[in-house]
Design a protein around this ligand. Sequence first.
Ligand SMILES: [Zn+2]
Ligand SMILES: [Zn+2]
Length: 243
Amino acid sequence: MEINKILNHVQKGRDFIFDILFPKYCLACGQEGSMLCNSCFYKLKINEKQICFFCNKGGVKGSLCAICRNKYHLDGILIAGNYKNLILSSLIKTLKYHFIQSNIDILERFIIYFFEYQKETKNIPKHIFSKSIVVPVPLHPQRLRWRGFNQSELLANKIAKYFKLPLNTNLIRKKRKAPQAKLPLNKRTNNIKQCFQWQGAKINKNIILVDDVITTGSTLNECAFVLKRAGAKKIWGFVLAKG
Ligand SMILES: [Zn+2]
Ligand SMILES: [Zn+2]
């Protein structure tokens, strides 16, 4: 009896791990076949129009408006989708805690879908992708060890591949602070100050700065501050979703 029970547990555990590694059912509609079926993929909905992230008013093609450009270190922010979209938020959450190849593949397809759409409609400036390097928002080494990968780096890698640009991971996180998501919005800017450091030579290039989610923009802004001080020219943020 005992041995049967144990075998049953082992079987269940194995099925669970197998389902995580090779998901069989669409997370949105339950259809058998893949993690996200083709018709549910288009329910992800891309952000068609890009406006100034900080004031939600001005800005053309994702650039910061003239007023916000004086207050922040970024030149523009491109936001592919919305965190309120349950399919997108569940893909992002899963990516944060599990390295699942089919999840990464879906997000790569979403990123390409976003950029292809923007290219066609000319909703984002073309010049930002020339002479740029792609830099992910770093994790603290301790968290990286615990998680095993940096989800922003996985995304940055896909963007670098798509635009045939170099990926650069010389921006590091030197201080481990309270996770931004657990803090009230008004405490986040101070929490993130002096967390980042550039460890490379003088930059002298444009930068695409990549993160998974944007909420207040203070993390991207603090990274941009460090990168501009290290010589970066124009800095454009790219995030999967606005939280
Ligand atoms: Zn589906
Ligand atoms: Zn603005």
